[in-house]
Design a binder for this molecule. Sequence first.
Ligand code: SAM
Length: 345
Amino acid sequence: MTDPALEFLCEALSNYPGKRLLIADEHLDSTLLLSLKAMENLTLLSNRFDVHQAATANNIPCIFNDMDLTETDTTYDVIAYRVSKEKAIVHHVINQSAQHLNPKGCLLMCGFKNEGIKTYISKAEQYFGCKADVSKGERQLKLAELHPVQLDEPLDDRDYQAIIVIGEQRQHELLSKPGQYGWNKIDKGSEQLISAFAEHVEQTEPPSTLLDLGCGYGYLSVMAWALGVKHIVATDNNAAALASCRQNIQRHNIDAEVIADDCAGGIHHQYDAVLCNPPFHKGFDTEKDLTEKFLRSARNHLKNDGVAFVVVNQFIPVETLAPAFFKSTELVFRDKSFKVFKLSS
Ligand SMILES: C[S@@+](CC[C@H](N)C(=O)[O-])C[C@H]1O[C@@H](n2cnc3c(N)ncnc32)[C@H](O)[C@@H]1O
């Protein structure tokens, strides 16, 4: 199902002349993307690799980065933005857009009431020194047109670009940044996965090669390295995740590659082990489809005698989905929140 806010925004955007930039994150689905093919003078900027891949395949110019408008080295007549889920990104995009508009250009910003659109509009008004022209859509949807007049103090974006230390485990500091889900904490499920993997390593020996599928800032990679894995490939769809994972790899001198990809679709190697804490929702994909996609990828990237460790929320039915891909599905940990599975082919 297409996101009504983004659809509303794109409809409005089609009526604006001149150079257009659409900032797109996970809300953009393939149906809406196809409808953008007809829009002239349009560039996309996305922090999601799958959006970038699909746009490029449809000949829509698209920049893939961590919401960094400076890389576009141009200015626009209109920048359109459907607000993201995370406040730091929204503030960062509002701040940046003011710097990348032509003198008479405008920011079009859209979102629902329960996403805080009203507050975002008044903050942007304050920063731009202007009064927004606001129109309403169904289900308390708001679309604002803002023209910068006199810029005030930028909004607090929690120093969006900065990569900072967020914790430490097994004597290894962990670095991360905003722009990814749960960026400033160690995921409890991933901690359980590492405990199970550590037990496995104690009983056997550290695998030589490992794929960290959906690596985030690289927690699983750093821990696997601390446990003696020799070479790691870490991959994710999100630009902020990839940037922070690269920093962790560098900080700890890990023998690793960090690759932007959609569920490792472009990685054609097999590994002794795969570690994965899959996302359980993306835009409008169902949990089941997404879990299956990650399980299939884990299997395809595993050597025949390899082993995969996967952690999921307790309501995700890996025990019924995994046997389609793996010969053995072993539940190695369970509590009221998470389940960890050891899967082998
Ligand atoms: C629950 S987080 C786990 C992050 C990290 N591995 C950890 O354990 O802390 C899921 C990760 O999957 C990534 N992801 C979501 N969709 C993806 C896709 N299609 N391909 C690759 N990674 C994806 C997200 O960006 C996020 O970093």
